[in-house]
Design a binder for this molecule. Structure first.
Ligand code: ADP
Length: 572
């Protein structure tokens, strides 16, 4: 009961360890997959962030270009504007210089100045328009409606006045969408607006000659790495410019939208789509490669784990069988020894005088000694194979001859057990390399088994046949057969089929393991076909060394006549 508990506990521990092993593999795999994806995402994100930074640079370039005529405006005294215009038709010289720069810029189509107290929306209002030829301002009632069409300057004014409680700069720039840029001039000392400078913007120039070239410069379709930009007028839902006309704008593929910044071009933004970014693709490829390698590693690990588990299981099963064997064999060694001891004792103390009894005791001793010798030989064979010490003395052997010799030598013994012996040699005479003793040991073991595992139907048939490359020897019986599920185990050491006949039959599960080892040592293969209640055939195959025409030995032979032939069909 104790040992059963121990076995069960050990079994539970082994399965628990296997489970833990699997859990560890799953955890490690999960962690690795997670971090691989994480690295990929971070890297890809890094790539995208760099592209966005470029878009921001592009926007800065646009802003700089638009503001460029007016840079340094806050360092100019604007208070003299009111007097300067009325006196000279020009702005104070430093400002005039900037106005002329703006006039030279193709971004602006017109320059206007509206003093703070004039409302350009009234019919009779007059404001100042810049005369490009005279380089001075002219008072006019004829100015574009854009200056007062409900939004334009009116909105700018409102915005600028919203800040009026505390002006911090001498100017305040506001845009009316992409149509006008309005600069409120502020008298900081008196905290009031002096007037408004309005420049009308050339939309086509800004789109086609400023933004579009910048887009292709920063993101030329060849080197943009799959980043596509669109200058999108969202208010009218039209695309005004793009770096890659081959990609159709679709809001679903847009990854980012960037604005032009405070107040500038409010109804435009730059939409960005990261198509198949080569770097991202490269990271994806690396990810796939890493996943494949990881997959193989995991498979290998799981394989190793299972292999170790099953090897341990097998070792354990073997150890259990070995322990059973040891108990068995000591018992089996003791029995013949006890018989021999008793018989010898009876003879030696002279109590038995009768010759018939003497012969009987002698026979006992003889047959028990043979049994003992066989058992010890088997044990030694196994020990030798286990320690790799089985020596092989291979010589060219004619299989037909060897089989014939074996049958001739053992026929009497086999028949004495009530068996019909059949021999059918159809192999073309050929030589194979074999250790003759091993050959006899193998056929002897197979014969012993055929004898042991047959009931009333007692037949043994030895056949040889050949193909181009190999010779096959079959040893068939019409015995009890081997249940299918046991077949793959019968060559294992100490393995016996748990069956009543087998249980009653003496054996230790060593014969076939010795047979297989010897066959393999001699370069052959062994196979078995069996059907319960019908019989068993063991097939041995050896590669041919020399064929008939080169045969070193005697002439071809036909043994069919010289042997008792039993057709295997008769067995059924
Ligand atoms: P042993 O005969 O000592 O038990 P073997 O290794 O020779 O050990 O055989 C292993 C098992 O294979 C046997 O216990 C038996 O169940 C089965 N076996 C071997 N040969 C035959 C056969 N010719 N017919 C039926 N069963 C066989």
């Amino acid at each position: 009961m104790n040992s059963l508990n121990k076995v069960l506990r050990n079994k539970a521990i082994r399965y628990l360890l296997l489970g833990l092993g699997f859990a560890a593999v799953i955890a490690l795999t999960g962690m690795n997959v997670y971090s691989l994806y994480d690295i990929r995402d971070k890297m890809t994100m890094g790539v995208e962030e760099r592209q966005i930074a470029l878009v921001e640079d592009l926007i800065q370039d646009v802003r700089r270009e638009i503001y460029s005529p007016f840079t340094g405006l806050n360092k100019i005294e604007l208070e003299p504007v009111e007097y300067s215009i009325s006196e000279s038709g020009q702005f104070p010289p430093q400002l005039q210089e900037k106005i002329e720069k703006a006039a030279a810029s193709p971004l602006f189509t017109g320059i206007y100045y509206t003093p703070a107290d004039i409302d350009p929306c009234l019919d009779e209002s007059k404001i100042y328009a810049y005369n490009y030829n005279e380089h001075q301002l002219e008072q006019t009632g004829n100015y574009p409606t854009i200056l007062c069409d409900g939004v334009g300057l009116a909105r700018t004014k409102a915005r600028i006045e919203l800040n009026s409680f505390n002006y911090r700069w001498n100017n305040n720039i506001e845009f009316d969408a992409h149509r006008t840029m309005n600069i409120g001039f502020i008298n900081l000392k008196e905290n009031r607006v002096i007037g408004y400078l309005t420049t009308t913007l050339d939309k086509d120039y800004i789109v086609n000659d400023l933004i579009q070239p910048l887009m292709t410069r920063y993101f030329s379709p060849d080197s943009a790495g799959g980043t596509v930009l669109w200058l999108h007028d969202w208010a009218n839902d039209v695309v005004l410019a793009t770096n890659d006309p081959s990609v159709q704008y679709d809001f679903e593929i847009v990854d980012k939208r960037q604005r032009f910044g405070t107040s500038m071009f409010e109804n435009w933004n730059i939409k960005v789509a990261f198509m198949d970014n080569p770097l991202a693709t490269a990271y994806n490829d690396t990810l796939v490669k890493n996943l494949v390698v990881l997959g193989f590693a995991v498979l290998f690990l799981v394989g190793a784990l299972l292999f170790m588990f099953y090897t341990a299981q097998r070792e354990r099963a073997l150890a259990l069988r070995q322990a059973g064997f040891l108990a068995n064999v000591t018992h089996e060694l003791k029995t013949p020894l006890a018989v021999m001891q008793a018989a010898g004792e009876n003879i030696s103390d002279g109590r038995v005088k009768d010759t018939a009894r003497l012969k009987q005791y002698g026979d006992h001793i003889y047959s028990e000694a043979i049994r003992l010798r066989k058992m010890i030989e088997k044990l030694l064979d196994v020990a030798k194979t286990d320690s790799g010490q089985t020596l092989i003395q291979a010589t060219p052997v004619n299989v037909n001859e060897a089989l014939k010799a074996f049958v001739a030598e053992n026929r009497e013994y086999i028949e004495s057990k009530g068996f019909n012996v059949g021999l059918k040699l159809t192999a073309k005479p050929a030589l194979v390399m074999l250790d003759h003793d091993h050959f006899e040991n193998v056929i002897g073991n197979l014969t012993e088994n055929a004898i042991k595992y047959s009931r009333e139907n007692k037949n043994i048939l030895y056949t040889s046949s050949s193909s181009d490359k190999e010779v096959t020897i079959n040893v068939s019986d019409t015995g009890i057969g081997i249940p299918r599920k046991h077949i793959r185990n019968i060559f294992k050491k100490f393995y016996r089929v748990e069956d009543t006949l087998v249980a009653k039959t003496k054996g230790h599960g060593l014969g076939l393991s010795i047979v297989r080892n010897l066959i393999q040592l001699n370069g052959g293969k062994i196979d078995v076909q069996s059907e319960v209640g019908i019989g068993t055939t063991f097939s041995l195959k050896f590669p041919i060394l020399v064929k008939e025409e080169h045969s070193l030995t005697s002439k071809p032979e036909n043994n069919a006549e010289s042997a008792t032939v039993i057709d295997p069909k008769e067995y059924a």
